[in-house]
Structures are given as structure tokens and as C-alpha cells.
Design a protein around this ligand. Sequence first.
Ligand code: HEM
Length: 234
Amino acid sequence: MAKQLEKKHPLAIRWMHWINFPLLTLMIWSGMLIYWANPVYSIYIGNYELFKFFPPWFNDFFGIPFRLAEGLQLHFFFMWLFATNGVAYVIYTIASGEWRAIVPVPSSLKRAPLVALHDAHIVKEKPPQGKYNDAQRIAYTSVILMGVGSLLSGLAIYKPLQLAWLTAAFGGYQWARWIHFWLTVSFVAFFAVHVIQVVLAGWSNFRSMITGYDIVDAVETEAEPIAQKDEVIA
Ligand code: HEM
């Protein structure tokens, strides 16, 4: 079947998406250098410690110990870039109307499980796609809100005296720290699922986040028969 190019991702979204990736990676890495100095979180089942963030062998393997000052410097520098890029992304997404493709619609919660069932080859029928399907809408909106939460909880533990009202809004310093940490864990979980989905969606989908264009089945119109379309590429 003949194919044609279709505009998918605006230039600004592509730039901000790809700038965000190394910035978030640096924020997580420098955060781990800081966290080493006071590693308080674990996952427990009852009194049994299932998983400790992070055991000494893990820190040693990645060369994390005794780099607290370096971690703080990196974290407090790159957070400005991360915040600027994130705020610019949110403003652009609202102003351009792109938010309509990202924010879940009322039926998204009901339809999102269908996407998972389809991906697992349990349900054959493809759920409605649009630019983003319902599971993507929920995931992308969640990750944007997580970004907002990370920034605010980060500010609450960065300046707990000057921004005492913000720290109090999170329920105090310990809660703000707890939320900041678990949001980071959630980013890593999002990242793992996101990359798996991108790999499964295929090369054309990935390329569209770089070039801005996707390759779709050509639609023939009376005015423009497929064979005469400029964009027809196969
Ligand atoms: C740092 C972590 C990342 C975050 C927080 C993130 C977040 C997002 C968000 C919010 C969108 C929707 C953008 C919009 O339309 O406004 C998106 C789309 C996309 N992301 Fe990421 N992303 C990350 C890393 C990556 C990586 C490493 C890859 C490549 C392996 C990737 C590939 C894509 C692709 C291909 C799309 C478009 C999906 C589609 O058109 O169906 N992302 N990402």
C-alpha cells in the first residue's frame, strides 16, 4: 500500500523532549550522589526488608561513595535547566493546543486497560489511537505532573526556611523528602516502560520523535490521487 508522510511532533516538543532526557538522567545521577550520605529508604514486607536503596555493593560498583558535595553542586545547577525546560514545555503545550493530544479524556481510564490487553495480544481489536492512545495519555500526563511534583518537593527540601509554606504544604521536611525520592523511583519506572513501548512501537515511531514526521498509509482524495501526491514515498 502507498505511504505518505504525516506531521506528528512539533519541533519545540521534540527539542524539549530530547533535552529533558539527559537532564533528567543527570538529576537522578547527582541525586544518587546526595542520597548516599543519608540512605534511609527501603521496601519492607512486614518487618522484612525486601530491597534497600541502595546496598553498599551497588554504591561501590557505580563509584558513588563520598561524592556528596559534587552531587549537590550538579543537582543545584542542572535543576535550573530541568525546571526551565519543563516550564517551557508546559507553556508551549498549553499555548499550542498540543495538550489536547496528551490530557486524558473522560473515557481514557476505561479504555486504557484495553491498550495493555491489546499489547499483551489478549485482545485482538486495536483500541482507538489518535496521536496518543489512552494509556499514553495517562502515562504522559502523569509524568508531566510528576515533574511538577519533583520540582516543588525539591524546592521544599532545598529551601525549607525561605519556603517554609511550601515545605508545610508537603506535610513537613520528611514528607517532602519522601515524596521527592519516590517520584524519582517513579520516573525510573516510567522510563523503563516508555523505552520498552518505544522499542515495541518500532523504528518509524521513534524516528517521528526526531524528524517530526510519521509514515502512514496514504489516503486518496478526489483532488489528489495517491500517485500524484508529492509526499507519496512508497
Ligand atoms: C527521560 C525520560 C523521558 C521522559 C520523561 C519522556 C517523556 C515523554 C513524553 C511526555 C512524551 C509525549 C511528548 C509530547 O507529545 O508532548 C514522549 C514521547 C515520546 N518519547 Fe519520551 N520520554 C523520555 C525518554 C525517552 C527516550 C529515552 C526515548 C527513546 C528511546 C523516548 C522516545 C519517545 C518517543 C518515540 C515518543 C513519541 C511516542 C509516540 O509518538 O507514540 N523517550 N516522551
